[in-house]
Design a protein around this ligand. Structure first.
Ligand SMILES: Nc1ncnc2c1ncn2[C@@H]1O[C@H](COP(=O)(O)OP(=O)(O)OP(=O)(O)O)[C@@H](O)[C@H]1O
Ligand SMILES: [Mg+2]
Length: 270
């Protein structure tokens, strides 16, 4: 039996296929977001193709992410907070705090020893401190998203970005550049400001180790190091940090199918 989880995010969509033994069969990340129907469909198709399966092979599908309500084929919908927590706990049973930074949201979640969400918080509607903020800054500096993390580790001057709003921070970055400041130093300032925002959210829910980081921004080593420095804690990062919500959704799907079948009979009369 195989079940699926689909996470339709604001910038990317992911799918994960899991078998009855909770083994991950296939996963996909498609750069097609907008919380859309087409994106979650594409992600599911890509994962099915990878596993050489079709939709008919899937027993149950749970959708999550901002596009969950319109995801096609979904049998049920579950919030991202619940799916992220379940996914992170399945990968790291020692996870007690989770940081997920995606395109438009930063979420911080406390998880108890049974894998249940005990507390969470999110950024307000503002893009500052999210992946979108990083994209605007990378664009302003003419640096690729994939290289900005590594470059920021090669800083020499410790710069501060003081604006908290994306629009003002962009002007600040352009102004620092025109003052002749080095790009790597500005990048480090940007990553530190993301870390400050994240720590602000974490302070509201409290931090307990182990701390796991997920979402596309976990691929940015500059942000990861800046958070680790300020928190004084090492972060655990899955090999594929973008599919954790989809994996959690698939685990919940499996639980639903198993629960619907009912407990195995105590008396075997056969
Ligand atoms: N290879 C990479 N290197 C560095 N950063 C990356 C990389 N890939 C993605 N990102 C970052 O991850 C962000 C997207 O994250 P993610 O895919 O988790 O978003 P999402 O789930 O669509 O958004 P949300 O959960 O907020 O709706 C991008 O804005 C970018 O900053
Ligand atoms: Mg997401």
């Amino acid at each position: 039996m195989i079940v699926a989880g689909v996470d339709a995010g604001s910038l990317t969509a992911e799918a994960a296929l899991v078998d009855e033994k909770r083994k991950l069969i296939a996963q996909s990340v498609v750069l097609m977001g907008g919380c859309s129907l087409a994106a979650s469909e594409e992600a599911l198709k890509a994962a099915l193709k990878r596993a050489d399966l079709t939709l008919e092979d899937i027993s149950y599908i749970i959708a999550t992410g901002c596009g969950r309500e319109i995801s096609p084929y979904a049998n049920d919908r579950v919030t991202e907070i619940t799916c992220l927590a379940r996914g992170a706990f399945s990968l790291y049973p020692s996870c007690r705090t989770l940081i997920d930074i995606g395109g438009q949201d930063t979420k911080v979640i406390r998880i108890n020893e049974r894998g249940i969400v005990s507390e969470f918080d999110m950024n307000d509607k503002c893009a500052a401190g999210t992946g979108r903020f990083l994209e605007v800054m990378a664009n302003a500096l003419g640096v690729g998203l994939e290289e900005m993390g590594q470059r920021s580790l090669e800083f020499s001057e410790d710069l501060q970005i003081s604006s908290v709003c994306t629009v003002f921070a962009e002007s600040e970055v352009i102004s620092l550049q025109s003052q002749g400041k080095a790009v790597n130093d500005i990048l480090r300032g940007i990553h530190k400001s993301i870390a400050d925002r994240t720590i602000g959210l974490l302070e509201r829910i409290g931090v307990e180790e182990d701390v796991v980081m997920t979402g596309g921004v976990a691929k940015n080593v500059g942000v990861v190091r800046a958070i680790e420095e300020k928190l004084g804690v090492s972060l655990l990062i899955p090999e594929e940090p973008q599919t954790v919500g989809a994996i959690g959704a698939a685990h919940i799907a499996l639980q639903k199918v198993v629960a619907a079948k009912g407990p195995p009979s105590m008396h075997n009369n056969d």
